[in-house]
Write a protein that binds this ligand. Structure first.
Ligand SMILES: Nc1ncnc2c1ncn2[C@@H]1O[C@H](COP(=O)(O)OP(=O)(O)OP(=O)(O)O)[C@@H](O)[C@H]1O
Length: 790
């Protein structure tokens, strides 16, 4: 080929002639050239892709010029070679080191021979293959690669952007068997062995696939049933007409998580199922994966937009509201799981549920002439540490009060009229700025409060003609899990947990049509009371993070949501059974069979539970009986307990037998929080004398430091005795309640622990209240000791 300078020196016609000649040569030798290119590509493609997968493709030329032409050659490299290949920075060295380790860990014999075979076979098959091209230094490959390349590249890809969906699919054919834990309790080993989803710094352990086990129906949780019963024409009931819908939304890995190289451990194989692949270590430190499978009404993954979520969650609620009903949509989940993104969206491009709902409301109102005078009002407030603050009115403190008809009103709440989606967004963005936020271990802009947006339709008489709540709940992680060391953050966490627990209790109670719904257990449920009662519809969107670092929280979120929907599934099961009996279905479809099989599985898991229960019952003979009886007992004890338990107002007083001798004392609830460590119990004590300063003969007791003699009248002594009796009774009730909880057949472990914690807290409250009342009579030394403990 003529040199550039020669061409430049030649005249124009010579250049044209040379170009023409070259073009003819190129055309006549094109097939040969293409084959040579193809062979070269096959040889080096994998190397290039491997380097690209770890972000080192810019050094590709130096690698090939140094004689490293294949991926397999990488295994020959030592750290001393790195600078000659242009790898100088620590980060690049670490990446290349990981890549080399991975290449070494693969079966090199197979890889090497495969590459050679590949080389030959591809040469033979070159005519059929699609074209390869070199575009801007990158190869475009239209053919499928050889197996070894596939394995290698999928590993490389998982290094750069781990994606369980693709790795699981590619692993189904894997037949490698790794020695690992067998027959773990409650889990079953899967036939196919997906590759490792556990992130490790070295690729050494990725050589062999990690064993995978599936959690069947774990003893303490009831997940594993699809929500919808298959509908056949003979079944006359409609699926989808639910008061409560429970959905799950998985967000994509954030940029930070990707940079941290977190694995995506959540997959959503269908629109109703979500699987969490939990990475675990066995006792012998061998890694294995536990698959937790949950079923919900809808499962949305990272590919679903806010619009998709809206159509399946809030849209039916908006329709219900437009028909005059009450509707509530919750976004629940760990901090940073995408609750605010779901509710608020990322304006302007991606509107959230708030905006989409209002868009539909306005569209409906303008389209129908039946509601010409309806107006849309919004209010926006937050519940932070049990207090209400108006986000549209400079965080003015609000108070929730019940009227004579037991309807809750939030006095002083500002309602703003909106007439377009934009005006709503303006109002919300104004309110969001004043919302309490903090920095959590997961989210630098973490919401520390529950944000409640209320949309009201009002007629010309200002009467409410439909109401909808959007509740962006605060992060659901437990207080003990928050990385914040300061007391305020822990208090916030405790408050959030308490309200979320109360919310679950209320939703479950409503779903079961229980006579009593514990709305007063938290401010959140108290405020939402109106939204729940009557003709209401509820949708819970459980948001989850896909990163492996959040697996525990993700599982907790899914269990919480699963417990919500369990009662619904039970009622659906019963209903489907009735219908099946009524209309005997002769031909079972595949879907039906699947359903029956699932049902059988769950029932058998219940049998296992009941065996465990029987053992428990032996220990608690006194409280044996049917589940209904136990529940009745439990309810009775709850009612009995109520007289000891103060309401959730900021202070409380204990009842005393006689008004004349009442020792009125009040202590703030906050003082009592987390006080269960103070194990003051009436059990094992002979009487109040043990705690009282009764040195003085004739019932005379002394106050702090014995400074002032305090004569104890007979009446006062009676009060103390009565308190003591109450405390003893309280203690016995707590004990009994604890035993009864043991025997709840459908109670999961998480809930059991929550309930137990509640009892302990109630008991601690009672003890503290007593202590506050009896403070003047207590032995100074004992009281000081308790204060120190606290
Ligand atoms: N579906 C999604 N698609 C893309 N990005 C998302 C999605 N969900 C969440 N994100 C991003 O994840 C980050 C955290 O989300 P978000 O603030 O909504 O979490 P959160 O659950 O409201 O957290 P907190 O309870 O702490 O307020 C944000 O940067 C958000 O943009």
């Amino acid at each position: 080929m003529p040199h550039g300078r020669t061409i430049a020196a030649a005249d124009k016609s010579t250049v044209e002639a040379v170009s023409c000649l070259l073009w003819q040569l190129y055309l006549s030798y094109l097939p040969v050239y293409r084959n040579v290119c193809r062979l070269h590509c096959n040889m080096t493609f994998c190397l290039y892709e491997c380097l690209r997968a770890v972000g080192l493709q810019q050094h590709y030329a130096r690698f090939t010029s140094a004689g490293v032409c294949r991926a397999a050659h990488l295994s020959e490299l030592t750290i001393e070679d790195y600078p000659h290949l242009g790898i100088c920075t620590m980060e690049e060295r670490a990446r290349l080191f990981d890549l080399v380790q991975m290449i070494k860990s693969l079966d090199l014999d197979i890889l090497g021979s495969d590459e050679d075979d590949n080389f030959n076979s591809n040469a033979a098959a070159a005519q059929d293959a699609e074209s390869y091209a070199v575009v801007n230094g990158e190869f475009n490959c239209g053919t499928s690669m050889h197996n070894s390349d596939n394995i290698l590249l999928s590993r490389c890809a998982s290094f750069q952007n781990p994606n369980p969906r693709s790795t699981i699919v590619s692993s189904e054919t894997s037949t490698n068997k790794t020695p690992g834990p067998q027959n773990r309790k409650g889990i079953s080993r899967k036939q196919s062995l997906p590759p490792d989803m556990k992130r490790t710094t070295s690729f050494g352990c990725m050589a062999k696939p990690t064993p995978v086990f599936e959690v069947k129906a774990a003893a303490n949780y009831n997940y594993g049933l699809p929500l919808k019963v298959p509908v056949t024409p003979s079944k006359r009931w409609v699926v989808g007409e639910h008061r409560i819908t429970v959905c799950v939304r998985k967000r994509p890995l954030t940029r930070v998580e990707s940079r941290r190289k977190e694995s995506d451990v959540v997959t959503a194989p269908s629109g109703e199922c979500v699987i969490v692949h939990e990475s675990k270590d066995a006792v012998d430190l061998s890694p294995y994966i536990l698959e937790h499978r949950f079923y919900f009404d809808h499962v949305f993954d990272e590919r679903n937009s806010n619009e998709d979520v809206y159509q399946n969650t809030a849209y039916p609620l908006v329709q219900h509201m437009l028909n005059g009903g009450n509707a509530t949509c919750f976004a629940y989940g760990q901090t940073g799981a995408g609750k605010t993104h779901t509710m608020l969206g990322s304006p302007p491009g991606r509107p959230g549920l708030y905006a989409l709902a209002v868009r539909d409301i306005f569209t409906h109102l303008s389209a129908t002439r039946t509601h010409p005078s309806l107006q849309v009002f919004v209010s926006f407030f937050e519940i932070y540490c049990g207090q209400l603050y108006d986000l549209l009115d400079h965080r003015k403190r609000l108070f929730a009060r019940e009227d004579g008809q037991k309807m809750v009103h939030i006095s002083g709440l500002r309602h703003v009229r909106v007439d377009s989606v934009n005006s709503l967004l303006e109002v919300i963005s104004h309110g969001t700025k004043t919302r309490t936020q903090g920095m959590s271990g997961v989210n630098p802009c973490s919401s520390r409060s529950h944000a409640l947006l209320q949309i009201q339709l009002r007629n010309s008489n200002q009467q409410i003609a439909g109401r909808m709540w959007f509740v962006d709940l605060a992060g659901s992680e437990r207080a003990s899990d928050t990385k914040e060391p300061d007391k305020q953050s822990r208090m916030e966490g405790a408050e959030i947990n308490q309200s979320l627990l109360a919310l679950k209790e209320c939703i479950r109670a409503l779903d079961r049509d229980q006579s009593h719904t514990p709305f007063r257990q938290s401010k959140l449920t108290q405020v939402l009371k109106n939204a729940f009662i009557g003709d209401s519809m509820t949708c819970m969107i459980a948001n989850i993070s896909p990163g492996h670092g959040a697996t525990e929280h993700t599982l907790n979120t899914l269990r919480y949501a699963d417990r919500l929907s369990f009662t619904k599934r039970q009622s659906e099961l019963n209903h489907s059974e009735e219908v099946n009996q009524q209309f005997s279905v002769k031909e079972e479809s595949g879907e039906d069979r699947k359903w029956i099989e699932l049902r059988r599985r769950v029932e058998s898991s219940r049998d296992i539970n009941s065996k465990e229960e029987k053992e428990l019952k032996r220990d608690f003979q006194d409280f044996d009986g049917s589940s209904e009886e136990r529940k009745m007992h439990l309810r009775r004890y709850h009612e009995a307990l109520q007289k000891f338990i103060p309401s959730t107002s900021s202070s409380f007083h204990l009842e005393t037998p006689s008004p004349q001798t009442s020792i009125s004392s009040s202590i703030p609830l906050s003082f009592l929080r987390h006080s269960s460590s103070l194990s003051v119990s009436a059990n094992g004590c002979s009487g109040p004398e043990e705690y009282l300063d009764t040195d003085a003969v004739g019932g005379e007791v002394r106050t702090e430091a014995n400074r002032r003699p305090f004569p104890l009248t007979t009446g006062e002594w009676c009060v103390i005795k009565a308190h003591w009796e109450q405390l003893k009774e309280m203690d016995a009730l707590c004990h009994k309640e604890g035993l009864l909880l043991h025997q709840q057949p459908d109670m999961g472990f998480g809930e059991y622990v929550h309930r137990l914690e509640e009892i302990m807290e109630k008991k601690a409250q009672c003890v503290h209240s007593m202590r506050a009342q009896l403070q003047p009579y207590l032995k100074p030394i004992h009281y000081n000791h308790l204060e120190q403990k606290q």
